[in-house]
Design a protein. Structure first.
Length: 154
């Protein structure tokens, strides 16, 4: 069951990445579906209550920080919702690796986009500064899925 849920999460993350790449939006239903998968996983594989509370607090902290970044115009609303819903899955223990992977993937993505936009620019300036950060979140989430699936296999 765990591997099926991880595969479902990975598919939803791929859809989110493609959507963000194409339209710079992440539909709400994707974050809600990831949240629903988390609930199903929790019902079938309930962690100890203190650990569940810690996981929920970690995701709430991510949402609060993301909300501040959204309010300052540094992050999209869909990115905040996606990051928070995946943070639930990842849990407090794996949150540092997830955030580091997201940050590294986001930085590489931003550099790649700057280079592409700069080379395509006629005046040598980059006009579009948006970054589909859902791609970086999806990469980090899929990294989590792969690691967990390997652990579940062994």
């Amino acid at each position: 069951m765990e591997r099926f849920l991880l595969a479902s999460l990975a598919i939803l993350l791929l859809i989110a990445a493609v959507s963000d790449f194409r339209r710079y939006t992440i539909p709400n239903w994707l974050s809600l579906a990831i949240l629903a998968l988390f609930v199903v996983r929790t019902v079938f594989n309930a962690p100890p209550f203190p650990l569940l509370v810690l996981d929920l607090l970690g995701a709430a902290l991510i949402f609060a920080i993301g909300f501040i970044l959204f309010f300052k115009g540094m992050f999209g609303g869909g990115d905040v919702k996606l990051l928070s819903s995946v943070a639930l899955w990842v849990g407090f223990v794996n949150l540092p690796r997830f955030l580091l992977t997201t940050t590294l993937a986001g930085g590489l993505l931003a550099l790649l986009l700057i280079l592409i936009r700069w080379t395509r620019s006629r005046d040598g300036r980059v006009h579009d500064q948006r970054v589909p950060y859902g791609i970086a979140i999806a990469i980090a989430g899929i990294d989590y899925c792969v690691v967990q699936a390997n652990l579940a296999f062994w």
